[in-house]
Design a protein around this ligand. Structure first.
Ligand code: GTP
Ligand code: MG
Length: 201
């Protein structure tokens, strides 16, 4: 899919104030610093559409980006960021949870995990929660450029192996790098396919 336009629309912490349009949307979620905002920039080929930082905790609101004037990418704050205060963390968790529980336009959540790390409890629990709420999700392995060609498939296979302890089948997954652009076409093709299914149904 070619990205012809990508525009920031609105930031807020209240799901009720998210855009009213009935356009399909895709949300990026995962631990702080995993690369959610960078991936949005990589997919849209806009260097600083979403704000990124080397320090975790950069994205603090629900951010809607309108793509090709007919679907949304949504950048969310990371979960599990230890350095914000406990009360701030609770507020984050509350509106992130409300977003996923209430947002009818959400067609798929992309759960980002760092391809260098073994499965983390917080990610597995979040996927479990999505499953319980019947929210379709995919896994995106990020920062693939940071692993060697031999180590990368070993890590991915380990992850799949662990997932099979909890799930009957592996959700769709993508291996990406925001530095090299790896996985861009695959993720966009997946979104395009869902958009087309929605528009013809
Ligand atoms: P929060 O908004 O804090 O939750 O973080 P985030 O998940 O949006 O992460 P962000 O995109 O801000 O990236 C965090 C850091 O990781 C930045 O320093 C990025 O440059 C770096 N980074 C993100 N993706 C990649 C990648 O694919 N490869 C490499 N090498 N670095 C990456
Ligand atoms: Mg971010």
């Amino acid at each position: 899919m070619k990205i012809n336009s990508a525009e920031f629309v609105i930031s807020n912490s209240d799901v009720a104030k998210c855009p009213n349009d009935k356009l399909p949307e895709y949300a990026f979620i995962g631990r702080s610093n995993v690369g959610k905002s960078s991936l949005i920039n990589m997919l849209t080929q806009r260097k600083s559409l979403a704000k990124t930082s080397g320090k975790p905790g950069k994205t603090q609101l629900i951010n809607h980006f309108l793509i090709n004037k007919n679907w949304f990418l949504v950048d969310l704050p990371g979960y599990g960021y230890a350095r914000v205060s406990k009360s701030t963390k609770k507020v984050f968790q509350k509106f992130i949870t409300a977003y996923f529980a209430k947002r009818k336009q959400l067609v798929c959540a992309f759960v980002l995990v760092d391809s260098r790390h073994d499965p983390q409890k917080i990610d597995l629990e979040f996927m479990q929660w999505l499953g319980e709420h019947q929210i379709p999700f995919c896994i995106i392995f990020t920062k693939a450029d940071k692993l060697s060609k031999t180590k990368l498939p070993v890590q991915i296979n380990n992850y799949i192996h662990e997932m099979m302890n909890y799930w009957e089948q592996m959700p769709p997954y993508f291996i990406t790098s925001s530095s090299s652009g790896l996985g861009k076409e695959e993720v966009l093709a997946y979104i395009d396919q869902i958009n087309q299914e929605i528009s013809t149904s």
